[in-house]
Design a protein around this ligand. Structure first.
Ligand code: UP5
Ligand code: MG
Length: 193
């Protein structure tokens, strides 16, 4: 059987990571955050991509798919598991095309979980996280503006693409995490997962 994949998308700070961590506790899914994998690669001694990744992250730009897709693929193989939440990917056309080229015949896409949350709430959450010492170099107002521009211009078209294929499950992500998770559960239970 092919490994099964759920893409998890939504604005910066919508709560993708928070919800994925809940999901992976209750359902048999491995949580792979593309952003976390890139941040790990950035720190890896000897990585040839460290500086490029840091610059892209700070500027809210998207790392070339060859790098991200290979990190995701390796993490999938390393886990030895067969169901994955891929958090924060694919975010642009380059990501989508790269995934389709290399991974679409190796995996089965179940659906796309899309967390909807207003820009104001998302900004407040990320700034709050920054103030609480996240250490993330993109949790500042300047980076957040760039992250949002990229989200609107590059990621929304990808969500719309999957929506046209009937694959998007929308979740209102503005309430408290526990309430958001109740709606997430309905999606996973409804899909028999
Ligand atoms: N929080 C969460 N849910 C809440 C709720 N319901 N109510 C109140 N607070 C809530 O949450 C963010 C903050 O809000 C936390 O403090 C949390 O406690 C609180 P989180 O769950 O982390 O939200 P998430 O959507 O995961 O936000 P994140 O900041 O991780 O989103 P991004 O999409 O911006 O970040 P990501 O790590 O995916 O990407 C970062 C950068 O990496 C990108 O900008 C890009 O430069 C690069 N990247 C690529 O180039 N390619 C990729 O494929 C992926 C990333
Ligand atoms: Mg995240």
């Amino acid at each position: 059987m092919l490994p099964e994949v759920v893409f998890v998308l939504g604005a910066p700070g919508a709560g993708k990571g928070t919800q994925c961590s809940h999901i992976s506790k209750e359902y048999d899914f491995v949580h792979l955050s593309a952003g976390d994998l890139l941040r790990e690669e950035r720190q890896r001694p000897g990585s040839e991509y460290g500086e490029m990744i840091e610059e892209k992250i700070r500027n809210g730009e998207i790392v070339p798919v060859e790098v991200t897709c290979s990190l995701i693929h390796k993490a999938m193989q390393k886990s030895g598991k067969s169901r994955f939440l891929i958090d924060g990917f694919p975010r642009n056309k380059d990501n989508l095309d790269g995934w389709d080229r290399v991974m679409s015949d190796k995996t089965k896409l179940l659906f796309v979980l899309f967390f909807e949350c207003s820009r104001d709430i998302c900004t407040e959450r990320c700034l709050g996280r920054g103030a609480a010492g996240s250490g993330r170099s993109d949790d500042n107002l300047e980076s957040l503006q760039k992250r949002f521009n990229t989200y609107i211009n590059d990621t929304m078209p990808i969500i719309n693409h999957y929506d046209r294929l009937g694959l998007v499950k929308r979740i209102n992500a503005e309430s408290v995490p526990e309430e958001v998770f109740q709606d997430v559960k309905k999606v996973f239970d409804g899909a028999g997962l």
